[in-house]
Structures are given as C-alpha cells and as structure tokens.
Design a protein around this ligand. Structure first.
Ligand SMILES: Cc1cc2nc3c(=O)[nH]c(=O)nc-3n(C[C@H](O)[C@H](O)[C@H](O)COP(=O)(O)OP(=O)(O)OC[C@H]3O[C@@H](n4cnc5c(N)ncnc54)[C@H](O)[C@@H]3O)c2cc1C
Length: 592
C-alpha cells in the first residue's frame, strides 16, 4: 500500500472532529445543530471510546444534597491543580458546570435520583464545602457507569442531529499550510486500507488520553495519544507533559479501575495492620484527599513495609461495611470488576489495590474557547483552524493534578464552548477551503510510505513493550532525577528503534499491524515529551513528586512547560493567575 499524492481521494467538510468520546461528541452536536457539515472520526465505534468507562461521576455545584456553589468548586480545582491550573479557564468551567449538567439531564441522560427527583450526588476526592472545611456532595452520578450514560446520550443526540460519523477511521497527520493554518487531516480508512485527505475549515482534536504508554494503566488500548503525536509532528508544542495522574485504586495486578466513588460512598483504605492510614496523612479529608496525595500515601505505606499480600505489594479497599444494598445499587460494576479481576467479592472481602496510571493533565495548549495556541513573543497566539478539547487538551483546568469528576465536566463544558466558538467564527472565515499544502501532505505520505516499504526491522510489540516498561520504571509515583535522566536516554534510544519498525503483512483490509505501528509513532512522541519535561522540573508539584526536590517552588516553577518535538527542547510560559471576574486565589500550602 504505497500512497500517491495525486490519486488520493478527497472529502470536504466545514469541520472535522478527530475523536468521538464525550468531548468530540459534545462539540459535534453543537456544530451539527447549527447546520455546519461536520465529520467525526473514531478508531472505534463512538460508544466504545474511553469515556464509556468513566465510573464515578461528573462534578457540578448543584447543591442537591449539601450546600454548594461554583466558587467553592473553583477554589477546590485551583488548589487540586497545585496552582498550575489557569484560573480563567477554571472559573469558566466551574460556573458553566450546573448548566452543562442540566443540559445533559434534558438530553435524557439517566442520572440516579434522590427521593425528591433531583440528581443524586456523591462526595469525591478534593471536593469540599467552604474552602476545604469538609467533603461536599458534588459528583452527579449514574450508579458507577456515569460515562456510559453520558456517551450513549450524546451519541443518540448526534444521530438525531445528523452528525456524519466516519467509524473505524484513523487520523494520521495534520495538514498545515505556510501561514501555519490547519486545513484538515490525512486519515486511514481501516476497512479498506485507503488513505484520504479530509479538508476542513476547522479541525478539532478530541483524541483522549495516552495512558497506554505505561505498563500498568486504567486506560483503554486505543488511548495511544494520537492527537498529541499529530500536533507535535506539525511543529506545535505540548504543554505540561510531566504531569500524569496515578489513580490510587487500580486492581492490583490487573490495573482495572475501582472508582473513587467507592470512597465517596464510604469505602476506606487499610494497610496490613488493618489501620486506616489516610487519617495520618490527611486528617480532614482522609480517604477523600486528592489523588496525588492518596497515591503517594499508599506508595509510602507499601515502601515502609505495611503493604498487604505475600510480598506486601498492595493495600486494600474495604467496603463490606456499606452493606450489600448500597454496593448492589450504587456500585454494581465495581462488585463485578472486583470479582472478575481481583478475585474477591467486596460484599465480604476488601479489594487489593495499587496506584495505577490513569490520566494525563498535560496536552495540546488551548485557551478556554478550545482554540489551540502557540507561545510567541511572550503571548499566546491562536493557531487558525485548530481546536483541542477533552483529555488531549491542556486548557488548562487540571494543572498539576486533576480532581476526580472534573474530566467528564471538562469534556462537556469545553466541547460545547469550542462548538459555539467555531459556529460564531464561521461566517467570518473564508467561504471556501484554503488550498492544500503540498509540503505538509508529502510529509504525511512519506511517513506512511517509509513504514510500508520497509521489509525488515523491529517488531511493533517489542518496541511498544520496551516503552511501557521504561516509563513505568523511570516515571512512577515517586521520581528521582537519576531515574528520570536514565529514562530520557532510554526513550531516545527507543525513538530510534521506532523509526525501524516494520510489519510483514501488508494487506489492506482491517490490517491491525499497520494501525499499531502508526499508533506507536504517536506513543513515542508522548513518552519523549513526558520524560524530558519531568527530568527538568526540579520541584514537586501535584502529580510530579521528585525525591531530590520534595517541595513546591513557586518562585522558579509556577509556570507551564512547553515541549517541541523537532528540537526535543523545552520552553516555559506563565500560569494564568487572573480569573475572568473574581479575585485570584494566590498560592498557599496544600494540606487536607
Ligand atoms: C476507567 C476510567 C474511569 C474514569 N472515570 C471518570 C469519572 O468517573 N469522572 C471523570 O470526570 N473522569 C473519569 N475518567 C477520565 C475521563 O473518562 C476521560 O478523561 C475522558 O472520558 C476522556 O474523554 P475524551 O472525549 O477526551 O476522549 P475519549 O473518550 O478517550 O475518546 C477519544 C476518541 O478519539 C478517538 N481517536 C483517538 N485517536 C484517533 C485517531 N488517530 N483517529 C481517529 N480517532 C481517534 C477514539 O476512537 C475516541 O473516539 C475515567 C477514565 C478512565 C480510564
């Protein structure tokens, strides 16, 4: 399959959205309803995107079950981010949250209900009342299948709005012209193996996370960071890639997620002595402290010999005291996961858990309209024709550490905002598509053709496994400069090996070997960005915990990192400390 430039099929849309998770489909709904022609690409059937796996809930200060308001939510999010979140975007998100959730309710999303008919809300890590005084009930939930309910609701709405889905299509590269504007993508139709040019006046990246660059991950296999690879290859930076969230409760040995909602419902973590150790680390919020905090505490317990099991390698999550009624009603999937993957029935026995990679806080830099921005001459400059939303974007509302349930919220708030912004900007932009940039097109085709024509070389699986092992070892819950610097060297060697990957079966129809090799070229970009940015940030902030520099250093490091692929170099830009309308929350010590 060698692709020739002049014979490639071309299709034109007003907007191409790459990704059919919660973010992509909330955005496409806004666009299709406004009458734009919109194509949504997805590597899998839309309702199989990773959003479907979200369990615990979506945050909004509805105040249905305990007093709440958006300003408390904003404070928690700024503090949760360890002050690396942009406060304009955080204010925007927390203010919009109730409306965004009510909108989903009116779309027909089947939330759990209270006796008075309002949406059920559970407590979640780091979400508090009155600026940290006590946990608040802010996570709107559909049992422990909130993402499933959300994604299916959005899909149905999109079908009704006649959104055009290109299912089992993989976007390969961005097409950028000499002005730096984005004018579409190249994409592979998996069923036929044909490569298409998809021209668009606006391109939206909504490709989700890249948690699969680690060996132990709660993420779906498709989470390979394709959007990040595409953007990095096009010369644009990736922001804050050193910040990755370890979720405290992955099933030990399997990595499958046990939602924080279990602790929201009253579940507790115990060490081998049966001690509720979080009381020592976070006296106020205990098991409901933010994730970076709980993960580190667990790791500490295990390191200091208080782990459970034959080799003391995990702690346990006890929930039998909640009773079978609560477990079966509020946490049915968790019970199923514990039985299938942890070999325990949580109605009787505690679940063995370990911190597991879960979420990327960094990503493609954007403003709070979802427009992708470059940093030039001391200011953000908008990249025409390109937006990014959802987990692949650094908007940046999560900063150095995301609070649970703030991601599903981020998808719907910024998916909608980007949609509205594109619609509003549409009439002003040129009515026709810009000419295709030949250089950018050739770059993409050369890349594919080089892979296609290589007869011998490295196996995708071998190189992929080596990346995952290296990331796991060198970029874990606790990091050291020595480990990170070794990691930088290893990942650089692996980047060379990625250039020599080849596969034997060159058949066109549904060839998964080709797809995995292309995914690997994206994973390596994410890994390179992560280890380099982590090795240079000489402080501990949020999820980046460096043994050599155990404290936060606002004087030198209250800034976002920007990584560039072509030079493998870093730049930095300031955090937006000024919210839209309220006073800024200045940095202070983070205790819980
Ligand atoms: C197990 C689990 C539980 C979670 N629970 C919660 C929770 O309770 N609350 C919460 O707030 N957050 C939760 N999260 C986080 C949250 O679910 C994710 O951050 C969020 O769903 C990501 O949504 P997204 O729309 O950005 O991307 P995704 O839902 O991951 O969708 C990405 C889309 O991009 C497509 N795609 C990717 N690459 C390409 C390509 N090259 N070409 C074409 N298409 C492509 C995929 O096919 C897919 O359609 C959880 C995450 C996990 C893993």
């Amino acid at each position: 399959m060698v692709a020739v430039k002049n014979s490639l099929p071309r299709r034109k849309f007003d907007v191409v959205v790459v990704g059919a998770g919660g973010a992509g489909m909330r955005c496409s709904l806004q666009l299709a309803q406004a009458g734009l022609s919109v194509a949504v690409l997805s590597k899998v059937f839309p309702t199989r995107s990773h959003t479907v796996a979200a369990q615990g809930g979506v945050s909004a200060s509805l105040g249905n079950m305990s007093e709440d308001n958006w300003y408390w939510h904003m404070y928690d999010t700024v503090k949760g981010s360890d002050w690396l979140g942009d406060q304009d975007a955080i204010e925007f998100m927390c203010r919009e949250a109730p409306n965004a959730v009510y909108e989903l309710e009116h779309f027909g999303m089947p939330f759990d209900r209270n006796a008075d008919g309002t949406i059920y809300q559970r407590p979640f890590g780091g979400h508090t009342a009155n600026f940290g005084e006590k946990p608040v009930q802010r996570a709107c939930a559909a049992a422990d299948r909130t993402g499933h309910a959300m994604l299916h609701t959005l899909y149905q709405r999109n079908v009704a709005a006649r959104t055009h889905f290109l299912v089992e299509w993989m976007a390969l590269d961005l097409l950028r012209d000499d002005d730096g504007d984005v004018v579409g993508v190249t994409a592979l139709e998996m069923e036929t193996g044909d490569i298409y040019i998809l021209e668009a006046k606006t391109t939206v990246m909504a490709t989700g996370g890249a948690g699969r660059i680690w060996a132990a991950s709660t993420n779906a296999f498709i989470n390979t960071g394709d959007g990040l690879g595409m953007v990095a290859r096009s010369g644009l930076p990736l922001e804050d890639m050193e910040f990755w969230q370890f979720h405290p409760t992955g099933v030990a040995g399997a990595g499958v997620l046990i939602t924080e909602g279990v602790r929201g419902e009253g579940g507790i973590l115990l060490n081998k002595n049966g001690e509720r150790f979080m009381e020592r680390y976070a006296p106020t919020l205990k098991d409901l402290a933010p994730r970076d905090f709980v993960s580190r505490s667990m790791d500490q317990e295990i390191k200091e010999g208080r782990g459970c099991g034959p080799d003391g390698s995990y702690v346990v999550l006890k929930l039998d005291h909640l009773g079978s009624d609560v477990i079966n009603k509020r946490l049915p999937s968790i019970r199923e996961i514990a039985i299938k993957f942890g070999n325990v029935d949580p109605i009787k026995d505690p679940i063995p858990v370990v911190p597991t990679i879960h979420y990327q806080m960094g990503g493609i830099p954007t403003n709070y309209h979802g427009q992708v921005v470059e940093w030039a001459d001391g200011a953000n400059r908008v990249v025409n024709g390109l937006y990014a939303i959802g987990e692949c974007a650094a908007t940046s509302v999560h900063g150095a550490n995301r609070l649970g349930t703030n991601s599903l919220l981020d998808l719907i708030v910024f998916g909608r905002a980007a949609g509205n912004h594109i619609v509003a900007a549409h009439p002003e932009r040129q009515k026709t598509h810009k000419p295709l940039p030949q250089q950018s097109l050739e770059f993409s085709l050369d890349r594919v053709n080089a892979l296609e024509s290589r007869a011998n070389g490295e196996k995708t699986q071998d190189v992929g496994n080596a990346i995952r092992v290296s990331m796991q070892r060198h970029c874990g819950v606790f990091r050291t400069l020595e480990l990170l610097e070794e990691g930088v060297g290893q990942i650089a060697d692996l980047a060379e090996r990625v250039k020599h990957v080849s596969f034997k079966d060159k058949s066109k129809v549904f060839n998964t070997a080709r797809i995995e090799a292309l995914e690997l070229s994206n994973m390596i970009e994410v890994a390179r960005a992560t280890v380099l940015a982590a090795s240079k940030r000489t402080e501990s902030r949020g999820a980046h915990a460096l043994d050599d520099f155990p404290t936060r250093d606002d004087e030198n490091w209250l800034k976002h990192s920007l990584w560039y692929s072509n030079t493998n170099s870093l730049d930095y830009k300031p955090v937006q400390m000024k919210p839209l309308t309220v006073d800024s929350f200045p940095p202070k010590a983070r205790t819980f």
